[in-house]
Design a protein around this ligand. Structure first.
Ligand SMILES: Nc1nc2c(c(=O)[nH]1)N[C@H]1C(S)=C(S)[C@@H](COP(=O)(O)O)O[C@H]1N2
Ligand SMILES: [Mo]
Length: 373
């Protein structure tokens, strides 16, 4: 095989558009460019962001088994066929957002070594189908001491210290809501290999890291997972902490996500003609809340215009918004902020949210455009 062919075959695994913004190929990490995400509630499979911590497994669906063990009365070993035939199928539309979404704006405040500079595209939305984790746990009969449900996958990550397979956990209270899926379908197609085939967890409203791909084991336990990606990574450290020196369980374990917005059109840095310009983006409220309003400002928040907001298609989905503004000659800074149904809004500046691993940047969206006639 020629090197060029090798690269082609490698890219075929991901099956992505060639205009993805690729942060790395080993492991593969890529986000769609903002204009590709605009307006569409469901993200096409070839544009859905891809976040990996190791080489992606190639699991044979026929021999794949899911082990359900730990603090359960009846441990289970289930094939894909067992999942399909023994449980009722369930579907939902859910947005996945990486905790590192919009990290690039935090890096502008202060560098974050070793972490990818994700723009606003580490978020995507799909229609997922599979079975409810709750139904599987009910069949296994959770013991009263079970407080957390751990997910384990076979992809070994060198990023972890020490290197280990990817994993994580969610509290039992979330796991038994019926919202959490063991999904084998995405946008009406079999789950693609890059997104966790044959089966992945989908944890709506929570950081993408908990939606473990290539799922092989579900373990009921008294404590959260001690996997590196639960105990050490994906934690919000105080701004002065040195992540190289903090051990497991420091900082705040990230789970449910909170209100966020991005501007997807025009492009940041665009050169435009003065006059009426459409501004569009997404807003996502996360767990148990909806987006109630999105405001856009042309004067850094001095005055605001209300954008038109799409209806929410599911309690777990983002909402797109758009408005038209009259842009004058020269440079304009366009900002946007959302409000949720609890009346909460977003912090103004990334400067106040900076944290050593660069997670959860929910500050106002901000782009610069220049108009010349
Ligand atoms: N097994 C496994 N599951 C994983 C990951 C991984 O590297 N390995 N990455 C997680 C992270 S951090 C995110 S944001 C989502 C991304 O899902 P996607 O690649 O389907 O967009 O998968 C999560 N599940
Ligand atoms: Mo992530």
């Amino acid at each position: 095989m020629s090197p060029a062919q090798g690269i082609r075959n490698y890219m075929d695994i991901w099956d992505k558009r060639d205009d993805m913004v690729v942060h790395g190929t080993d492991p593969y990490n890529a986000e769609p460019s903002p204009c590709v995400l605009a307006d569409r509630t469901l993200t096409p499979l070839d544009a859905f962001y891809s976040r990996n911590h190791g080489p992606i497994p190639d699991l044979d669906p026929a021999s794949w088994r899911l082990t359900v063990d730990g603090l359960v009365g009846h441990p289970l070993t289930l094939s894909l066929e067992d999942l399909r035939s023994d449980f009722s199928e369930h579907a939902l539309v859910a947005t996945l957002q990486c905790a590192g979404n919009r990290r690039a704006d935090l890096i502008k405040v202060r560098d974050i070594p070793g972490e990818d500079p994700w723009g606003p595209g580490a978020i995507s939305t799909a229609h997922w189908n599979g079975v409810k984790l709750a139904d599987v746990l009910a069949r296994a009969e959770l013991c009263p001491e079970a407080a957390h449900i751990a997910f384990a996958a076979p992809d070994v990550s060198d990023i972890a210290d020490p290197p280990q397979p990817y994993g994580g956990s969610i509290p039992v209270a979330k796991a038994i809501t019926g919202q959490v899926l063991l999904a084998w379908g995405m946008n009406g197609r079999p789950l693609p290999r890059a997104h966790g085939a044959p089966v992945r967890a989908i944890v709506p409203g929570w950081i993408g890291a908990r939606s473990v791909k290539w799922l092989q084991r579900v373990t009921a336990q008294a404590e959260p997972s001690d996997n590196y990606f639960q105990a050490t990574a994906y934690r919000m450290l105080p701004s002065e902490a040195d992540p190289a020196r903090t051990g497991p369980c420091a900082g705040i374990s990230l789970g449910p996500v909170t209100l966020n917005t991005a501007i997807l059109r025009p492009d940041d840095g665009a050169r435009l003609r003065p006059g009426l310009t459409q501004i569009a983006g997404y807003a996502y409220a996360g767990e148990n809340r909806a987006v109630a309003r999105v405001d856009v400002s042309l004067d850094e928040g001095g005055t605001w215009i209300q954008a038109d907001l799409d209806e929410q298609v599911s309690p777990w989905a983002w909402q797109h918004w758009r408005t038209t503004a009259d842009l004058g000659e020269g440079e304009t800074v366009i900002t946007a902020r959302a409000w949720d149904t609890a009346g909460a809004t977003q912090p103004e500046s990334a400067r106040h949210l900076w944290n050593p691993k660069g997670y959860a940047n929910t500050s106002w969206a901000r782009i610069h455009v220049t108009c010349h006639s």
